[in-house]
Design a protein around this ligand. Structure first.
Ligand code: KIV
Ligand code: ZN
Length: 564
């Protein structure tokens, strides 16, 4: 059994902020986005990207619309260094895109990092140093003053090396790694000191990035931390305040959204949430969450499947079937009540009006997804899904009571065979059930005869492989056919009759008539539907009648005694 954790884990870091403003805020503009797929994301891969994969990812990030892209950790490996050189020397960086590189706060690493950027037009140099107590005490064995000094001296070195290369437009970024687990006053002291060392001004802003390197608290605590920093940073007007959320508690999206409400201007993250351990915050979800609230995210996910394919190729990791906005199943409803509501929503949704299809927070078409995949049918499904698939794929609109009857057949089928039924599977079952039922009765042909006001009919029916000629009269062709069939089924009665035309997608391409007849044997069992399809509506109706009689479940073995 899991032990009570109270004594084993540190409680949330507390924040002294009584008049917090963020709960009253809403996000009304999109933040500056920074993709760290090629750095933080790449560091977390089982097999880090080679240069070819990195280049593919870089191109796609540019196409999506990222203007800031962290492309590498150049001092970490030759591949990383070479990729930066290839981007610069191959002139692969669009004019409106700024590349970013990460370095730890160590002199030799900083020098190597600056070397990788030689000759670039514009670059963000991202210096990181961990400052929380466990890092100070366990990892570095340093005092607070020493940790502060490491950050400040690194900032000075970066500034000095940058000054030696005036041909590049330099932007500096500092991240107090493990910020969310650090005493706020100390984070502030370090950030203020670095900002001062870089001489940030409103015209020459620097980036202060406040990571939840490991997510250790609820999103409201992170928001409090961000608002506190936002209010206390010494040169706030000279700072682009950035956030960088990891997803250890599964709340990175919420933390980032609240962080933006709390005053952040910029978000670092990865597509579909790749990144160390549980990942970085997912920029796709963040961006599309904004989109569904009427805020244009400035990133293009109109073909989200194409983005997913490239990400899966580059990362060599699959995206979960239920991942927000992109997973294969996220625009799919299995449950009957959901399917029914979605079907009604689609029917009423008008183009260019507020999107309000139940259960679908976004129009799948906006991300290049297809309505066809919206409704799938399994044993949890109901009439709505079946109706939707038959209607959209086969142009068949079933009468309501027939739909109820047929959904029972679908249910029996899925209960028996399990799994999911596609539109084609459902249509096959419909054909087997109503249009090509297993014998005994099969319509062969009929001739109509006029006797004054009376309609006569001669029908040829195959019963268990033997043909029978039946004759009847009535006030119309269907009545006459019912009376002819009464030779076989006493007290046959038609309860309801409907006919519809069907689209040309069916059976050979000609438009067809479809007849739905609900029959019953008075004094016998219950009623059931028969369906007939033919180019001629009378033939379709007689076929429907025969189909219905077949489905009454009568015993036809003695019919071979009938005169052929
Ligand atoms: O998670 C983290 O703290 C980082 C820093 C380098 C920003 O990735
Ligand atoms: Zn990170």
């Amino acid at each position: 059994m899991l032990q009570q954790p109270a004594t084993q884990y540190r409680p949330f870091p507390s924040v002294n902020i009584v008049d917090r403003q963020w709960p009253n805020k809403t996000i009304t503009t999109s933040p500056i986005w920074m993709s760290t797929d090629l750095r933080d994301g790449n560091q977390a891969l089982i097999e880090p990207m080679n240069v070819e994969r990195k280049m593919r990812m870089f191109r796609m990030l540019c196409e999506i619309g990222f203007k800031e892209i962290e492309v590498a950790f150049p001092s970490a490996s030759q591949t990383e260094f070479d990729f930066v050189r290839q981007l610069i020397e191959g002139d692969h960086i669009p004019k409106d895109v700024t590349i970013e590189v990460l370095t730890h706060a160590r002199e030799h690493l900083i020098r190597r990092t600056m070397e990788s950027l030689m000759g670039t037009r514009r670059a963000i140099v991202h210096v990181v140093s961990a400052i929380s107590r466990p890092f100070r005490e366990i990892v570095f064995g340093m005092s607070k003053a020493e940790v502060l000094e490491m950050a400040v001296s690194s900032a000075r070195l970066v500034k000095q090396l940058a000054a030696e290369r005036p041909e590049t437009d330099w932007v500096f970024e500092y991240s107090p790694e493990t910020f969310s687990a650090t005493e706020l006053e100390f984070s502030l002291e370090v950030c203020d000191a670095v900002t001062a060392a870089w001489g940030a001004t409103p015209d020459n802003k620097i980036i202060i990035n406040l990571p939840s390197s490991v997510e250790v608290a609820t999103p409201n605590v992170y928001a409090d931390q961000i608002e506190w920093m936002h209010r206390h940073l010494a040169r706030r007007d000279s700072i682009t305040l950035s956030i960088h959320n990891h997803n250890d508690r599964g709340t990175a999206i919420a933390s980032a959204e609240l962080g933006l409400m709390a005053g952040a201007d910029r978000v670092e993250g990865c597509l579909f949430g790749n990144g160390e351990r549980t990942g970085n915050v997912d920029i796709v979800t963040l961006a599309l969450n904004l989109y569904t609230q009427g805020v244009s995210p400035g990133l293009d996910f109109s073909d989200i499947n194409a983005v997913a394919r490239t990400v899966e190729y580059c990362n060599q990791l699959p995206i979960h079937l239920r991942h927000p906005y992109v997973g294969d199943l996220v625009f799919t409803a299995f449950s009957g009540s959901h399917q029914d509501a979605i079907k009604k929503g689609f029917a009423l949704q008008k183009p260019d009006t507020i999107w309000s299809v139940p259960y679908l927070p976004i129009n799948p078409a906006d991300v290049g997804r297809n309505y066809d995949s919206v409704i799938r049918v399994n044993s949890q499904s109901g009439k709505g899904g079946i109706a939707y698939l038959l209607e959209t794929e086969y142009d068949v609109v079933l009468p309501r009571r027939l739909l109820v009857e047929f959904s029972g057949e679908v249910q029996r089928h899925t209960d028996r065979f399990g799994g999911e039924m596609s539109a084609a599977d459902i249509w096959q079952l419909f054909i087997q059930t109503y249009l090509e039922p297993k014998k005994p009765l099969r319509y062969v042909e009929h001739h109509l005869l006029e006797h004054g006001n009376v309609q006569g009919i001669h029908m040829t029916i195959d019963i268990n492989g033997t043909t029978h000629l039946l004759a009847g009269e009535g006030n119309g062709p269907i009545d006459a056919a019912v009376n002819a069939l009464c030779e076989l089924v006493a007290n046959l009665h038609v309860h309801t009759y409907e006919e519809r035309s069907m689209g040309s997608s069916l059976e050979g391409g000609d438009a067809k008539a479809c007849a739905f007849i609900e029959v019953a044997q008075l004094g016998g069992g219950g009623e059931c539907y028969g369906v007939g399809v033919d180019a001629n509506i009378v033939t379709a109706s007689i076929k429907a009648l025969v189909s219905g009689v077949n489905r009454l479940g009568l015993d036809w073995t003695s019919c071979s005694d009938l005169q052929p």
